[in-house]
Design a protein around this ligand. Structure first.
Ligand code: HOZ
Length: 426
């Protein structure tokens, strides 16, 4: 029997659903998840020895491709000096200095171990700073799995059709208000009614968790103005977009600067690192100097920070983001051209190294529009590509990721395989 099937059967006996993160279970696309054994550059190999070109890249972190020699060398050398101290290190300081230098909104920053921890902590400090409770998020945006954020969320919750999680007390959820993404009228109306009671608004400045959704500039600008006017803390969740869409994240791309920013994924180079940072006056509310508590034994872990620092050094090479953006554009434009040759209702778009594929006539800009795309066609596409050796996200509600290691030839082969699918679909 196929190794992936054998391992998945074993896994389901000891791990709920056989996976450690729900989207990986292939529930929405059907079939058996692939168990991976090795990655190198743009390639992955599964337990059967089959080769794939990877378009997930660990959901974003592997921006340099898998097993980059300089990242591995940095982790190796840090590891020989101990895997954890639970005490300050010079490396953490170096990472904080790099983040302050490169991310426009960050004056002070604290490291944590995941994106979930970063968003959860950013919200707490925003509430402590404003002395208000109410939080606003946008439908279909996913900000990790802290209780307050599992209300009308994206990613796995959207994939499985349960946008608000069980296990979140109504008393907690009642402090989270939701608005439709890119809807200026609704935004204005909420601020008019409740603006002065809002602690924070959290948003993915480019959404990557209900597939890829690009913000309208006027919407982002209005959000910034309203938060400033009403004293609500604006949090950009750049866990996905940070160092992915541009060196300074979506905030540098669009010139809209939040009060706080959360980071993760790329800044750990594939190991678990998160960060939240922003205005000095807000960050100064954190313990040990302020009343808002936040802590972590593995925060600033030496091996993880070494992987992140090596990655952040390499992404600062001249033309890195121009090249990454060009590769990603080559993919989405190639796929669109191939689909349109056969009159398939398909669209695709990208920002930096992130992309979205949609079985709909035009790229969606809201939760309602993405819900109308043809999920059945996506599932067929996914399986055709998987069988042909191309690994895309197993859900119509996830963005895709290209790495700097992808070659034009990788992309040409991908487009050719998709073209064969579109031809049959027509
Ligand atoms: N929630 C992640 C994507 N939006 C998936 C995480 C994973 O399965 O690793």
């Amino acid at each position: 029997m196929n190794q992936n099937k054998i391992l998945f059967e074993r896994s389901q006996k000891v791990i709920p659903g056989g996976v450690n993160s729900p989207v990986r279970a292939f529930k929405s696309v059907g079939g058996t998840p692939i168990f991976f054994k090795k990655g190198l550059g743009s390639r992955l190999w599964d337990e059967e020895g089959r080769e794939y070109i990877d378009y997930i890249n660990s959901w974003g972190p592997m921006i340099l491709g898998h097993a980059h020699p300089e990242v591995l060398k940095a982790v190796q050398s840090a590891s020989f000096d101990s895997l954890s101290f639970g005490a300050p290190t010079a490396r953490e300081l170096e990472m904080a200095e790099v983040l302050v230098k490169l991310v426009p909104s960050i004056e002070q920053v604290r490291l944590v171990s995941s994106g979930t921890e970063a968003t959860m902590s950013a919200i707490r400090v925003a509430r402590g700073f404003t002395k208000r409770d109410t939080l606003v998020k946008f439908e279909g945006c996913y900000h990790g799995h802290a209780d307050a954020l599992l209300v009308k969320a994206g990613s796995g919750l959207l994939t499985f059709g349960e946008p608000s999680s069980a296990g979140v007390p109504a008393d907690v959820a009642k402090h989270t208000l939701t608005l439709p993404y890119n809807d200026e009228e609704a935004l204005n109306a909420l601020f008019k009614e409740k603006g002065d009671t809002l602690a924070a608004v959290i948003i993915e400045p480019v959404v990557g968790n209900m597939n890829l959704i690009i913000p309208h500039m006027s919407f982002l600008k209005m959000l910034r103005e309203l938060c400033t006017k009403h004293g609500a803390v604006l949090i950009f969740d750049e866990v996905m977009t940070g160092f992915r869409v541009a060196l300074g994240g979506a905030q540098s791309l669009y010139g809209v600067i939040p009060d706080l920013t959360t980071l993760g994924k790329v800044i750990g180079g594939g190991l678990p690192v998160g960060a939240f940072g922003g205005r000095r006056d807000i960050m100064q509310c954190l313990a040990p100097i302020g009343p808002v508590y936040q802590a972590g034994t593995l925060s600033g872990n030496p091996a993880a920070v070494a992987a992140g620092l090596a990655t952040l050094k390499l992404v600062q090479a001249p033309h890195f983001y121009e090249e990454l953006t060009a590769k990603t554009k080559l993919l989405v434009e190639g796929l669109m051209k191939a689909a349109h040759t056969f009159n398939i209702k398909f669209s695709a778009q990208s920002v930096g190294g992130m992309f979205g594929l949609y079985f709909s006539e035009k790229a969606p800009s809201s939760f309602d529009e993405i819900m109308k795309s043809n999920r059945e066609a996506f599932n067929q596409f996914f399986h055709h590509m998987l069988t042909s050796g191309f690994y895309f996200g197993p859900s119509a509600f996830e963005a895709g990721f290209v790495s700097h290691a992808h070659s034009d030839e990788d992309i040409r082969r991908t487009v050719a395989a998709a073209q064969a699918f579109f031809q049959v679909l027509k």
